[in-house]
Design a binder for this molecule. Sequence first.
Ligand code: KG4
Ligand code: ZN
Length: 335
Amino acid sequence: MSGPLVLGIETSCDETGVAVVDGLTVRSSVLASQTELHSRFGGVVPEVAARAHVESIRLLAHQALAAAGIHSDQLDAVAATQGPGLAGALMVGFAFAKTLAWSLGRPFFGVDHMEGHLFAPRLEYPDYAPPAVVLLASGGHSQVVLVKAWGKYETMGETIDDAAGEAFDKLARYIGLGYPGGPAIDRESESGDPNAVPFPRALRDRPYDLSFSGLKTSVVTYLDRARDDGSLPSRPDIAASIQEAIVDALVEKTFNAVDASGVQTVAGGGGVLANRRLRRRLTDEADQRGVRLFIPSPMLCTDNGAMVGAVAVQRMADGAAPTPWSADIDAGLRL
Ligand code: KG4
Ligand code: ZN
């Protein structure tokens, strides 16, 4: 697909992301990460996030256009994340994008953040097409989605408590690895034994749903006891064991859905899909079954503006109506 030229803006959490897509080709993608800003609080502070988006969005938009080698009046549309996410953070990108589109006389598209993650593999894999089972795992959401067609989704399973990324973040903090926890556990696990501690794999009786709050409790209980009786494993061993428990659950539920639905295509999106152990395990399972697997490169797994632009490109191809100017953000939006 070539053209339209769309500016995609993502500000749902702690990354300001702006990109220019030309159809499903990424022309430019720039990012301002707020990690350092939030790290001393041990997590994302909503008000701090919103202010940081305000400070960086205009410059990032300029950078994205310059890197793509275009002027704003060449844009065919502007898109921004509408939800789910942090209300104050969402407002910044949404209002900025709407204003820019309005002033250029171009359509504006409000995009579901999780649909963005679901679309991200399309920016690298032209063969990725429905029907597909897609694992979406981020800091706020974890779900296994059956994609019947672009825009037609059935959530087969989802977390009944914490999201996978949230589990990584909370447990990393608990074992002293700081924020953000996912990348920290990924790194720490490199030299650890994933079978050092057999943490429980929850919800064995519900084929597609996920749960991570029990894991949290059992990690805390286990470490308290091990500290008391002096049998504490090394931190890399603990990290690798935690990672294995989370990855096991995600892989098992995804392939339960693949087996039940009979689809031949599996994909993944969201920050947790940047996890190296998860990518390895999904690849092995897909190979074993002979199904095709599409996981974007890590930069496109975590939040970015290009995935937002990609959803708008599809909506334009479908002839969908733009989002009305009166529309507002929806922090609780569901796929
Ligand atoms: O999609 P995302 O960038 O933002 C949200 O929509 O939430 O996902 C962020 C989440 C965080 O919880 C972060 O710890 C996790 O993705 N994450 C990872 C890795 N990189 C990011 N989790 C495990 N391993 C990683 N390498
Ligand atoms: Zn995300």
